[in-house]
Ligand binder design. Structure first.
Ligand code: FPP
Ligand code: MG
Ligand code: MG
Length: 326
């Protein structure tokens, strides 16, 4: 079952880093081509969860504290936070074209309002502006780390369309589609705090594991939540032909699901069979238990750096991600 938890941080001021970031992103995206301007500003309305920038800010503070005993975010680290949200939103604008999705964040998707061609251009423009911002960090290592993300998003999306029906493929896909962005932004933030190699690796692993947990919960919510609550279509994955973790667990009990996964639930009755299999077994709970395992791995990596308020907040965030309802 999904338990709503409040994310009321006991520590004051920890969300202040997020103040003004959407205004900054909007000013970076400003263009005199009116239609493009409207499309690419659309989701930077301050109503998103901003989980990725938050993780980058706290990782930056935790690493700076670890290295010099002072919690701060450098200008370059802040740029990584902005870039994380820009690449994320750019990929969502593309994703709604690929998934033929009409709603996102409770409003009409860009493609549903402006058409697929324009939406693809808008997504490209957002990612392009993220690259311009990346170039101003002027650090070849960070450029290399962040550049990998965009290729991973494309690889992950293509792997997803070629579901093999087993966990090894699913987890590799999940890393590329979701976790690479968080992992590599954490890595870049750690690098920018002049951390040594083991700390950079620990923060990369933290991001990778929290990212996989995040997607596992997302895949579970697709089965249990409503479109109204999610602000995007629910029960969508099966209809798109996608077999996510709950279905892979169900497949262990209902082996006949395997051929349905390979034919992407195309035959009449496939989607209904899979839905029944998921809801009449322990698969959603198993998915949550797997997500919890990834949260635990994430915290183990986090514990390799010095304790700090921000390190603790990142650990709390793993619990928030595990119990989130939207
Ligand atoms: C959401 O997944 C989508 C992603 C995490 C990334 C998808 C990546 C692409 C479409 C390639 C982007 C290419 C570039 C150049 C940026 P979802 O569909 O499972 O989630 P949803 O329920 O939020 O739609
Ligand atoms: Mg989608
Ligand atoms: Mg998708």
């Amino acid at each position: 079952q999904v338990h709503p938890v409040s994310f009321a941080h006991s520590k004051q001021g920890l969300h202040e880093d997020l103040t003004g970031i959407y205004e900054e992103i909007r000013s970076l995206l400003r263009t005199d081509i009116y239609k493009l301007d409207q499309m690419c500003h659309y989701y930077f309305d301050g109503k998103g969860k901003a989980i990725r920038p938050l993780i980058v800010f706290w990782t930056s503070r935790a690493c700076n504290y670890h290295n010099v005993g002072r919690s701060f975010v450098s200008n370059e680290q802040k740029k990584v936070a902005l870039i994380s949200e820009m690449i994320h939103i750019g990929s969502l604008i593309h994703d709604d074209v690929v998934d033929t999705s009409d709603i996102r964040r409770g409003k009409s998707s860009v493609n549903s309002m402006c058409g697929d061609r324009n939406a693809v251009m808008a997504g490209n423009f957002v990612v392009s502006n993220a690259s311009c911002l990346l170039s101003t960090i002027d650090d070849t290592e960070v450029t290399s780390i962040i550049s990998h993300i965009i290729g991973d998003l494309v690889r992950g999306e293509l792997m997803q369309q070629d579901n093999q029906g087993h966990f090894e493929h699913y987890l590799k896909k999940t890393y590329k589609k979701t976790a690479s962005l968080i992992a590599n932004c954490c890595k870049a933030a750690a690098h920018l705090s002049n951390s040594d190699a083991p700390v950079i690796e620990a923060m990369y692993q933290f991001g990778k594991n929290i990212g996989i947990a995040f997607q596992l919960v997302d895949d579970m919510l697709d089965f249990v939540s409503t479109a109204e609550n999610l602000g995007k279509p629910s029960a969508a994955d099966l209809k798109l032909g996608l077999a996510t973790a709950p279905v892979l667990f169900a497949c262990e009990k209902f082996p006949e699901l395997h051929s349905m996964i390979l034919r992407r639930f195309q035959k009449p009755g496939d989607v209904e069979f899979a839905l029944n299999a998921v809801h009449n077994s322990d698969c959603l709970n198993e998915t949550r238990i797997l997500a919890k395992q990834y949260c635990d791995y994430a915290v183990n990596h986090l514990n390799k750096i010095m304790p700090s308020v921000e390190r603790e907040s990142l650990a709390d965030l793993t619990q928030h991600i595990l119990h989130r309802t939207r």
